[in-house]
Design a protein around this ligand. Structure first.
Ligand SMILES: Cc1cc2nc3c(=O)[nH]c(=O)nc-3n(C[C@H](O)[C@H](O)[C@H](O)COP(=O)(O)OP(=O)(O)OC[C@H]3O[C@@H](n4cnc5c(N)ncnc54)[C@H](O)[C@@H]3O)c2cc1C
Length: 495
């Protein structure tokens, strides 16, 4: 097998929120780090389709990794999102009781939260919840108030973490699939990919739904991941129904169908929970969406199907132990006589988004404890500047921006008021957006009421122009998802 590069200190497999935050945490040190991602963009696995809640930490069982890293991760969010300039709000959340039995569950959750180290938990009456959330059902008897619960934009967090890692010297390879390990006896000395083999000292498994396959390459069997599908419904911003997050009382396998605000002002409901076999089955079903709407109406009865603008499904990487699997396998001297091995993060289902910054920190500490020398870089910069968000600027700021760059005066997506300037900037960012979906996640084009009906042809032409390709080659999410079949005029390939 062809060797394609000098040795890396650490190779991370998978650029979801956990892999990207791990890469960022390692970028603080003088290390050679490679982040491998098989998709065309970062954050396209479990990270792209979830409820986007920064959980307070009263739900996981005390003593589990989930409990510990949930609360640690939650505490890290305010600083993390400020450094990376990512939309985040700590507006709090409620678990709603609809029966006397639910009221007892609230007490159990409050006690669990206390044992997990969650502060500020309080059981309040139904009327108190309704004062903040007037759309809540009159049947609500009470609620568990968690002031440290929050919401975040998971895509922007992942993109921002990856950008910050790259500007601090990490190498990111997209469209590069890890296929196995190169071994010397029992030792892993490299990662084989569809672009050649990359020698390394340590491998960190952040492969989400495929983490058990990566474990098998390291000779670790007996842990399996089952994809558990969760479907969602998004409502028009004009019909915003809640200011916080309203959870029902949890079930043994999920936190239940909830109603939440997103950081962009939409109401989002879901998810249901169904174990499936196919790790690539992201399809929604009529039955699943009906279940979601019915479940959410138990909390907010006035939700109307006609205000729905989008639906989607996410896949939880549920591990067979029910907890996060976090382990380090050190295997003595590997490359250049230094110790190396395999760090494993598997079964990172909810609250994995919340826990992600703490998991990343754990990886750094685990590597150091097992002999990786960490020397801080003087030039490390934890800050990632926010790209201008035209719709959020004042009139005066908008005018100044257009004077500097007239492309900010051309609106490409009317619903979300996204400009050509924002799109071009995202295409040429440190982690470039090279597909329609990558632009959608960064700029919000196509996420409004018309769901891309107006902007898609314009965005395709801008992508083609900026990437120097034909519009026929522009894709939705990478090779095989081309958006345009053929030109409409003979011999033409323009839209
Ligand atoms: C329905 C649902 C709701 C959720 N709600 C919440 C919530 O509200 N709050 C919360 O805290 N958590 C929530 N979660 C959990 C959270 O989304 C996940 O824990 C988190 O996104 C996992 O991130 P990750 O980076 O580990 O995995 P992923 O995002 O799946 O990333 C893994 C990456 O590895 C890549 N990869 C896999 N194999 C290879 C390979 N061989 N070579 C190269 N790349 C590879 C994949 O393409 C993928 O990009 C929810 C999850 C779901 C599905």
């Amino acid at each position: 097998m062809q060797r394609v590069d000098a040795a890396y200190d650490v190779i991370i497999i998978g650029a979801g929120v956990v892999g990207c935050l791990t890469a960022r945490a390692l970028s603080r040190y003088r290390l050679r780090v490679l982040l491998l991602e098989k998709a065309s963009d970062v954050g396209t696995g479990a990270t792209k389709a979830n409820t986007a809640i920064v959980h307070a930490g009263y739900d996981p069982l005390p003593g589990t990794h989930k409990a510990r890293f949930n609360v640690r991760g939650n505490n890290m969010y305010p600083q993390l999102c400020a450094e990376l300039n990512v939309p985040y709000s700590r507006q709090g959340d409620y678990v709603v009781a609809l029966s006397q039995e639910d009221m007892r569950t609230l007490e159990e959750l409050r006690e669990r939260g206390r044992r997990n180290g969650v502060s500020g938990l309080e059981i309040v009456s139904g009327d108190q919840v309704r004062r903040t959330e007037p759309a809540l059902t009159p049947q609500a008897l009470g609620g568990l108030w968690a002031p440290s619960g929050g919401i975040v934009d998971p895509f922007l967090l992942t993109v921002a973490a990856a950008e910050n890692a790259v500007t601090n010297g990490i190498k990111l390879l997209l469209e590069t699939e890890a296929l196995g390990f190169e071994k010397d006896g029992q030792r892993i000395v490299g990662v084989r990919t569809d672009r050649g083999t990359f020698p390394c000292q340590w491998v960190v498994n952040c492969a989400g739904l495929h983490a058990d396959e990566v474990m098998a390459w390291a000779g670790q069997d007996g842990f399996t991941i089952t994809p558990r599908k969760g479907e969602y419904v998004v409502f028009d911003k004009a019909k915003s129904m809640v200011k916080t997050v309203l959870f029902p009382c949890p079930t043994p396998i999920s936190k239940g169908i909830l109603v939440t605000l997103t950081t962009h002002g939409n109401t989002l409901i879901g998810p249901n929970a169904q174990n499936i076999e196919n790790r690539e089955d992201w399809a929604v079903t009529a039955q699943g969406l009906a279940e979601v709407l019915q479940g959410a109406r138990k909390l907010v009865p006035s939700l109307e199907a006609r205000d729905v603008i989008a639906v989607f499904a996410g896949l939880r990487p549920s591990g067979s132990t029910g907890d996060f699997l976090m382990e380090v396998h050190q295997v003595g001297a590997t490359l250049c006589g230094r110790p190396g091995g395999f760090v494993n993060l598997a079964g990172i289902e909810s609250p994995g988004l919340t826990a992600a910054p703490a998991l990343a920190q754990w990886v750094v500490e685990a590597l150091e404890d097992h002999g990786l020398e960490l020397e801080e870089k003087r030039e490390y910069n934890p800050l990632r500047p926010a790209p201008p968000r035209f719709s959020k600027l004042s009139r005066r700021e908008q005018t100044a921006l257009i004077e500097k760059d007239p492309r900010y005066g051309r609106i490409v997506c009317r619903c979300e008021m996204v400009t050509e300037g924002e799109i071009v900037r995202a295409i040429h960012a440190p982690v470039p957006a090279r597909t329609y979906d990558a632009l959608k996640r960064r700029t919000r084009c196509g996420t409004g009421r018309c769901q891309g009906g107006f902007d898609t042809p314009r965005v395709v032409n801008i992508l083609a122009r900026e990437l120097g390709v034909s519009p026929l080659e522009v894709t939705k999410k990478g090779p095989g998802s081309e958006l345009v079949l053929r030109g409409t005029k003979e011999g033409g390939d323009a839209l």
